[in-house]
Write a protein that binds this ligand. Structure first.
Ligand code: HAM
Length: 427
């Protein structure tokens, strides 16, 4: 065993038996997104390192210590994307997608962060992300949050709650930052080493420290909400009024600041207490300055991303089963003639019934061993062919999941019979 190669720590295989849950989540999200008029975009997995440094921020955890960065054969510094927003903005600027037009986009795929792996935290993980460009009002922030609430409803996901905050403008945040640093400097000795380090580099991140002593210290610290500018406050109030009208519940968390530098105004996280320490399943906010900062025309923007592993783990706790995609029919064929006829019959059924999932037995063997495989495939019925059946141009149809008799159906009548049998399934 010691010689066999293993996957890299924190990078997981997703095995066939896990796929029904993945497909259910991906298909449901895709359906809801298109019902709101969002269009898919696909970006490369590798980008120039500079893109992430400039957008996520030089002194964030992601850029400081979590990126998979390497030099390629041309000597360029490249990075496996740790998130999708930066690439999406880059693509929109490059292809002129946001010149005088609104874009509602989504993407999915693997992201890479060299974090310490634990349950719900991986080094390769999948996100579905959503980005909207060209809209600055709170109505689009509300649409995104209403849409996420619809995701949970459609998935049947319970036990998630919404936390909301406004970071104000860059200037407002800078004034708050100064006041916070002054307050914490006076209490430097009471901070843990992590927060002491952050005080110099990224002091706002101290607000979401997990250390209760640091949290206690923050109770009397300056509050971000006291520094928010008037326009941002009005934006936030309007968003809250829309969420109230739509019946989306939320809690204002004044210490929610997020770990990426590009945010301003609205930030939010959907969290659960059912997944241990890694309880954020969906997170995002506004980033009105980023497009211009990356070289585009000034363009307001807002978006979020969901961690699919976390969503699926939560759903698996809550749902017994997912549509499994098992074959409806498994074709059992005894003897050379029946095998050849079986192949042709299966093809003609696929022609007639494009929705049909039919798996043909390959590799010969006794009826008994073929039925065993039919059973293991999860198929609902076995379609049985021997030389006699072929001679009579008919096939046996044997239920595998219930105790009832095998029927005999003529080749000619089979497609119509199956259509009736699986009609609801096929729709
Ligand atoms: P983020 O908060 O870094 O934001 O990640 C979004 C979500 O991805 C998290 O809430 C979590 O569900 C999932 N996630 C993050 N890291 C891991 C990990 N190591 N293992 C498993 N899941 C993880 C962003 O990435 C922003 N680009 C979101 C955004 C889009 N903001 C505006 N537009």
């Amino acid at each position: 065993m010691s010689n066999t190669l293993q996957a890299i720590r924190g990078m997981n295989d997703i095995l066939p038996e896990q796929m029904p849950a993945w497909h259910f989540v991906e298909d449901t999200l895709r359906e809801v997104l298109s019902s709101y008029g969002y269009r898919e975009i696909r970006m490369p997995i590798v980008e120039k390192t500079e893109l992430f440094k400039r957008s996520i921020g030089e002194v964030t955890d992601i850029v400081e210590k979590e990126m998979y960065t390497f030099t390629d054969r041309n000597g360029d510094s490249l990075t496996l994307r740790p998130e999708g927003t930066a690439s999406c903005v880059r693509a929109c600027i490059q292809h002129g997608l946001i010149n005088n037009q609104v874009q509602r986009l989504w993407y999915t795929g693997p992201m890479f962060r060299h974090e310490r792996p634990q349950k719900g935290r991986y080094r390769q993980f999948y996100q579905v992300g959503v980005e909207v460009f060209g809209l600055e009002g709170p109505d689009i922030d509300a649409e995104l949050l209403v849409m996420t609430a619809r995701f949970w409803k459609r998935l049947g996901l319970r036990d998630v709650s919404l936390q909301l905050n406004s970071l104000g403008t860059v200037e407002a945040r800078a004034a708050f930052r100064e006041a916070l640093v002054a307050y914490l400097r006076e209490r430097f000795e009471e901070l843990d080493t992590d927060s002491q380090r952050r005080l110099e580099t990224n002091p706002l991140r101290i607000l979401d420290s997990k250390n209760p002593e640091v949290q206690a210290l923050l109770n009397d610290a300056p509050q971000l909400s006291d520094y928010i500018d008037e326009a941002s406050r009005a934006h936030f109030d309007a968003l809250r009024a829309l969420l109230d009208a739509a019946g989306v519940e939320y809690r204002i968390n004044p210490r929610l600041v997020r770990g990426l530098d590009y945010y301003g105004r609205t930030v939010f996280e959907w969290v659960t207490d059912k997944l241990g320490a890694q309880g954020t399943v969906c997170a995002g906010g506004r980033y009105d300055a980023l497009v211009e900062y990356l070289g585009g025309r000034p363009t307001p923007a807002v978006g979020f991303a969901m961690g699919l592993e976390r969503l699926i783990a939560l759903l698996e706790n809550q749902r017994a089963a997912f549509p499994d995609g098992a074959p409806q029919l498994y074709l059992v064929a005894m003897g050379e003639v029946a095998q050849r006829e079986g192949l042709l019959l299966a093809e003609s059924l696929r022609d007639a019934l494009p929705w049909l999932r039919i798996q043909t037995h390959c590799g010969g063997g006794s009826f008994k061993s073929q039925f065993k495989k039919a059973d293991r495939s999860g198929a609902h019925y076995a379609l049985v062919l021997g030389e006699d059946e072929v001679a009579r141009r008919e096939a046996g149809l044997k239920p595998l999941r219930e105790r009832s008799e095998q029927q005999t159906v003529a080749f000619d009548a089979l497609a119509a019979h199956l259509q009736q049998l699986f009609g609801a399934d096929a729709a």
